[in-house]
Design a binder for this molecule. Structure first.
Ligand code: KDG
Ligand code: MG
Length: 404
């Protein structure tokens, strides 16, 4: 079998998604997600100008070899643009291989290690009463675990909190420049224990609760937050410090038993090296889409398993249903699965990307369709073309740019 065609499509059924499609001489097609939120067109160019011309004529069964040649062959390794492009190729090749075998992808990854995949949903509120309502809504939808994000008194805008969208997805502003949000770390650190206290008082000790600090704290601030939240027994505290500095987590870890989750902006195993070998974290959070695909993410999970660290694949709405499908196959197959982030997609997105994976009573299953189980409606996708959209930027009260 040979690859005879490669094309990349950008569609915006509510937000932008980048999809690679590979076609073989036997008529099989494979899809891969290459969506990099707010920088989509850079990945399109990387694929169209530098990767797709190299794929035509290759044997699609050579998944590992193709991955290695794209990673090592470019000389310029790593980085989100490169790894999103490689991820799309990797997932499209796995899709073709599994379709050729007539099996759902999870069977090629060793088969199911569990019956269904547990998820967490997002609850947001501008204040505590609104957050409690949002947690109630997630529980009514069946979610077994909930991430809680709350507005902070004195701040106009807070990450993850939208007045129009209760799904928990960060707001994308359809305009030429990013919106500016405000931030005050002291106010946040004072308020978060009240938030968790109120949520625990309302929903009891048994509900797994997560919180995302979104890289906004210094190591010592993160250590304080972890300690202050210990009475509320978080499932995890996510991205407490800026991700570039692995050593920061040593300080945090020394001071708190709150479990730590890191990695949604990481793109290779090297970003995790000290975090895993020194057991500084409890969950690895990379997305199939941003980590170079199923091939390296499987290796990361196996490496993490040696240190009792579990998987928690990043699954915001800016991962397309193609990336989500690949994630759910991995979730079902790996032994050290932890939890899957999931907040669904808009009805229009679900029409553009028809998928075999299902979400029932808070649990996902990849389905039994051969491959990753996603079909793209190209006509509908083309009817919703790319729209420039940026994540907000974050500034302190004096105007200084802060981590987002
Ligand atoms: O594009 C940025 C989002 O993917 C990110 O803000 C979502 O932090 C996030 C999460 O945990 O899902
Ligand atoms: Mg996050």
């Amino acid at each position: 079998m040979r690859i005879v065609d490669a094309k990349v499509m950008v569609t915006s059924p509510g937000r932008n998604f980048v999809t690679l499609e590979l076609t073989t001489d036997e008529g099989l097609t494979g899809l891969g997600d290459a969506t990099l939120n707010g920088r989509e067109l850079a990945v399109v160019s990387y694929l169209e100008d530098h990767v797709m011309p190299l794929l035509v004529g290759l044997d699609p069964h050579r998944v590992e070899d193709t991955w290695q040649s794209l990673y090592r062959g470019a000389y310029w390794r790593r980085g989100p643009v490169t790894m999103a492009a490689i991820a799309a190729v990797d997932v499209a090749l796995w899709d073709i291989k599994a379709k050729a075998a007539g099996l759902p992808l999870y069977q090629l990854l060793g088969g199911a290690s569990r019956d269904r995949v547990g998820t967490y949903g997002h609850a947001n509120g501008r204040d505590i009463p609104e957050l409690l309502d949002s947690v109630r809504a997630r529980l009514a939808e069946g979610y077994p675990a909930v991430r809680v994000q709350s507005g902070i008194p004195g701040l106009k805008a807070v990450y993850g909190v939208s007045s129009t969208d209760d799904s928990g997805s960060p707001v994308m502003h359809q305009q030429a420049r990013p919106l500016v949000e405000d931030w005050d770390t002291d106010a946040y650190l004072r308020h978060m224990p009240n938030v968790l206290e109120a949520v625990r008082a309302e929903f009891g000790p048994g509900l797994p609760l997560l919180h995302d600090a979104h890289h906004r704290l210094t190591p010592v601030q993160a250590a304080r937050l972890g300690k202050d939240l210990e009475p509320y027994h978080l499932f995890w505290l996510e991205d407490c410090t800026p991700a570039e500095n692995q050593e920061a987590l040593r300080i945090v870890r020394r001071h708190t038993t709150t479990p730590l989750a890191v990695g949604e902006v990481f793109n290779t195993v090297y970003d995790y090296q000290a975090l895993i070998t020194e057991q500084l974290i409890d969950y690895v959070r990379s997305a199939v889409t941003h980590f170079g695909g199923v091939t390296p993410l499987r290796k990361l999970f196996d490496f993490a398993a040696q240190y009792q660290i579990r998987s928690a694949i990043h699954g915001p709405q800016d991962i397309s249903p193609v990336g989500m499908a690949a994630a759910v196959h991995l979730d079902l197959a790996v032994h050290n699965f932890g939890i899957q982030e999931y907040s669904g997609h808009t009805p229009l997105t679900e029409e553009v990307f028809r998928h075999a994976y299902t979400f029932e009573d808070g649990y996902l299953h990849p389905g039994e369709a051969p491959g990753i189980g996603v079909e793209l409606d190209e006509e509908l996708a083309a009817a919703h073309p790319y729209e420039a959209a940026y994540l907000p930027v974050n500034r302190l009260h004096d105007g200084t740019v802060h981590d987002w």
